[in-house]
Design a protein around this ligand. Structure first.
Ligand code: ADP
Length: 484
């Protein structure tokens, strides 16, 4: 699939440190999850390379910090324009290594680029404050300054957007960055880095450390332990988030964590059922269920339960599974064997505990899994507690608003949640009662660049996107001036 890139020079397989492409002494393979075919071998870096990248970023920091906000904004704007000008090629790279259907991949390129555009604009609005004084001889100021060298560890499910959502605000604020992309999807990250160079991001300001699984763990240790690295932003599993948080404790590093979810999707009796079916489908089956905001548990009130499950299963049965490069496909492969096995484990468990399969329920060969709907789900099932991260929708029946709020909140996660209702009082009550960082009401898709994305409880710390997103990369400094 990569033979058809319009600009073949975007296929980069070396890592980037201090503006130099680094081949490394070892390599690791990247595969197409749809075919199992090897796509490329990529530089496998280790801890010493991570130290070098941190030093390069630190050396590049003063000149980057001292550019005017407008100069940084102009460079970011050029990066955005180049990402969009190469949307087709970036989409191809992404579909090849990640599996999501090509139109969805191109959509992610636009979504990923939108963070660069947004933070190019926000760079110019990092405003400090002057405060009322408590003494006429003093003046009180609040400065906003870039935090310093930032590290970003990113997942495979959004190979571009999870990078730009962290890197763009850091760069906008005046911070250099060291990125460790997921081992499954380094090609999109490296192509984006090549475009960053073309946009004029100086050497050392943006570094990309590629590695395989064990190499990633070793690099992660260096990034966490470094006292030059002042901030770590991570998107991935809650389990790995806990490890990184512990590893960052000795240096009291600032953290932004975007971790797992277990999103409830609630349909009340007063909902527009057809609209809820569309929303549930969009929310559940985007990226074949492999996003942290995908609904994991669908709760439907008894009055509309049968109507909803029948219509929803009929809709899911129309999904087209296949290689993401094929026309009309909207469900690609899962990322790896372990992901397929987890979905099967959740489905088997649900069936053993009384679930009723309405569609799907089986593997389709390779890493493909049939989009699945199981009705009559119950709280004792694995899918009620764990994030499935795949194309399996369990549907639970409930009776009262009070009951469903309690069920929805009965999880350690708190990222996205959704509900459908036409009752304005209920909309306010339920939106306020859900213990989640994000609530979609009568919508199944929430994310865009200018809203604060993030979770509560064990779904993470901090917010990405919006005008709040840059705060994570800025330190406040209080200055009191006396003898005025
Ligand atoms: P997923 O379940 O989405 O694969 P992970 O949390 O395992 O998510 O991985 C997300 C990112 O974290 C990837 O870039 C991966 O290489 C990295 N990673 C995984 N384990 C560690 C670790 N122990 N230390 C540092 N990085 C890690």
């Amino acid at each position: 699939p990569l033979a058809q890139l319009k600009d073949p020079t975007l296929l980069k397989t070396d890592a980037l440190i201090d503006g130099q492409w680094v081949a490394g002494t070892e390599r690791f393979d990247v595969y197409d999850p749809a075919t199992g075919q090897k796509l490329a071998d990529v530089a496998k870096l280790g801890p010493a390379d991570a130290e070098r990248a941190i030093a390069a970023a630190n050396a590049a920091w003063p000149a980057w910090r001292n550019k005017t906000a407008k100069e940084r904004a102009n460079i970011l704007r050029r990066w955005h324009d180049l990402l969009m000008a190469n949307q087709d090629d970036l989409g191809r790279l992404m579909t090849a290594e990640q599996g999501k259907p090509l139109p969805e991949a191109k959509g992610e390129v636009a979504y990923g680029a939108s963070f660069v555009e947004w933070f190019a604009e926000e760079a110019k609005r990092v405003n400090g404050e002057t405060l009322p004084t408590f003494d006429n001889n003093r003046r009180l100021l609040v400065l906003k300054q870039p935090i310093g060298v930032c590290a970003a560890i990113t997942p495979w499910n959004f190979p571009l957007a999870m990078i730009t959502r962290k890197v763009a605000p850091a760069l906008a604020a005046g911070c250099p960055v060291v990125i460790k992309p997921a081992e499954q999807t380094p090609l999109t990250a490296l192509a984006a880095a090549e475009l960053a160079i073309r946009a004029g991001i100086p050497a050392g300001v943006l570094n990309v450390l590629t590695s395989d699984g064990p190499g990633s763990v070793a690099i992660g240790k260096v990034l966490c332990a470094s006292d030059v690295v002042r901030h770590l932003s991570f998107t991935g599993s809650t389990e790995v988030g806990r490890i990184l948080m512990a590893q960052c404790a000795p240096t009291i590093k600032k953290l932004s964590l975007e971790l797992g979810g277990n999103a409830p999707f609630i349909v009340f009796d007063d909902a527009d059922v057809d609209s809820a079916v569309e929303g549930a489908f969009a929310s559940k089956y985007r990226n074949a269920g492999q996003t942290c905001v995908c609904s994991n548990r669908i709760y439907v009130q008894e009055g509309v339960y049968e109507a909803f499950v029948q219509k929803f299963a009929a809709k899911v049965a129309t999904a087209k599974v296949g290689n993401g490069f094929e026309d009309g496909v909207n469900q690609g492969p899962l990322i790896e064997e372990a992901a397929v096995e987890k979905v099967q484990r959740h489905v088997d468990d649900a069936l053993a505990k009384g679930g009723r399969v309405l569609t799907g329920g089986k593997r389709l060969g390779g890493l493909f899994y049939a989009p699945t709907v199981v009705a009559d789900a119950s709280p004792d099932m694995l899918c009620a507690r764990e994030e499935t991260f795949g194309p399996f929708a369990p549907v639970f029946k409930f009776r009262t608003e009070e009951e469903v709020i309690q069920l929805a909140n009965a999880t350690e996660y708190g990222l996205a949640s959704y509900f459908y209702s036409r009752d304005v009082g209920r909309i306010f009550r339920v939106a306020e009662a859900l213990e989640y960082g994000m609530v979609g009401v009568n919508v199944g898709i929430l994310a865009t660049e200018h809203v604060p994305f993030g979770g509560v409880k064990q779904s993470g710390l901090g917010r990405e996107g919006s005008h709040h997103g840059i705060d994570e990369y800025v330190e406040l400094k209080y200055v009191a001036i006396g003898d005025v």
